[in-house]
Design a protein around this ligand. Structure first.
Ligand code: NAD
Length: 326
């Protein structure tokens, strides 16, 4: 298939591009390189444009004539979105609207969208499945929900098959240390922050030690980026009938607490992770983990890697001296 990947130079996108190429697909990337890195995807053409640039998006879609679009381009911090909601609505919602218009206009048959567990807000019951009513607690989560709905409506008029994939917490790196997440000082991801603390950086700040969980710290569902990328390839290939169109959770269904991540990093590093315990952050759920049975069943996909793989691959990536990794 010819596949247009927006945001393909980013963390998840660069893994996805590798998986698509390995399966023999022809890939083109549209990315403004605001956080993505050209060098992460050396083997594919990259159109450096903003996804909100409707002329460019339309021309690329017309000329490349993709059979599928996978849309990852966007901004992704719940905390930042509370401070800068206009930026989030503009990039995420306008960008998706522009892309959908081009997709419908040029007859794209399959569309996969990067959604997020942030659409659920603080789930009352875990594991959370797709029937749970979405209640986003940040502009970020709200933009993802708005995009899911736009996609659904566009698919109805065009017959395009689609999947909105609600990722839980994506983490990890390539097993051989060849690819990972480039993290600058602004990163909010737990695993890189814990590794940086173990390597002598700023002590890790743990937000909340008094949650009603087994060790008092917040519980999440960490999915390895390789498993997530593999899921996209499987979804794409199975989107050959509109019966499978819909919304799917992508997680492991294995809850892990912040304290468990810290312990796993300490084991991989063979040294302590200096940390401080501070108060809870507004809007952070105590627990959030996925029921991903739907994706397993419909796409015959299952994650193959666990927390240990996430931490060991991340450790290898972040400690590799040959890399300027923020
Ligand atoms: N990382 C996670 O844990 C996670 C969880 C849930 C959902 N997601 C979603 O997955 C997608 C990819 O996330 P990621 O972790 O790879 O982030 P990332 O920041 O590494 O990748 C985003 C990519 O989009 C590009 N981009 C941003 N704004 C753009 C614009 N206006 N026009 C064109 N390109 C633009 C960036 O340059 C980058 O290459 C995002 O949509 C994010 O919301 C990520």
């Amino acid at each position: 298939m010819r596949v247009l990947v927006t945001g393909g130079a980013g963390y998840i996108g660069s893994f996805l591009v590798r998986w698509l190429l390995a399966q023999g697909h022809t890939v083109r990337v549209l990315d403004n390189l605001s956080t993505g890195r050209r060098e992460a995807i050396p083997d594919v053409p990259v159109d450096v444009f903003d996804v909100r640039d409707s002329d460019a998006v339309s021309a690329i879609t017309r000329n490349f004539a993709p059979e599928a679009i996978i849309h990852l381009a966007g901004v992704k911090s719940s905390a930042e979105s509370v401070q800068r909601p206009h930026v989030y609505y503009d990039i995420n919602v306008t960008g998706t609207a522009v892309l959908l218009r081009a997709a419908v206009l040029h007859g794209v048959e399959r569309f996969v969208f990067s959604s997020s567990c942030a659409v659920y807000g603080s789930p009352q019951v875990c594991p959370v499945d797709e029937r749970t009513a979405p209640r986003p607690q940040s502009p970020y989560g709200d933009t993802k929900l708005a995009c899911e709905r736009m996609l659904d409506w566009h698919a109805r008029v065009s017959g395009m098959r689609f999947a909105s994939l609600r990722y839980f917490n994506v983490a990890g790196a390539a097993e051989d240390g060849s690819l990972g997440q480039f993290t600058g000082p602004e990163t909010v991801q737990l695993v890189p922050l814990a590794i940086k603390a173990a390597l002598g950086g700023k002590p890790l700040q743990i937000f909340g030690g008094d949650y009603p969980t087994k060790d008092g710290t917040a519980v999440r569902d960490y999915i390895h980026v390789e498993d997530l990328a593999a899921a996209h390839v499987r979804v794409l290939e199975r989107l050959d009938t509109s019966e499978v169109s819909g919304v799917y959770n992508l997680g492991t269904g294995q809850p892990a607490s912040v304290q468990e991540i810290v312990t796993a990093v300490e084991e991989a590093a063979g040294r302590p992770v200096p940390h401080t315990m501070t108060c809870r952050r507004a809007g952070d759920p105590a627990v959030s983990w996925a029921d991903a049975a739907q994706a397993r069943q419909v796409f015959d996909w299952a994650p193959k890697r666990d927390l240990r793989d996430i931490v060991s691959s991340s450790w290898l990536w972040h400690t590799s001296s040959a890399r300027s990794n923020g």
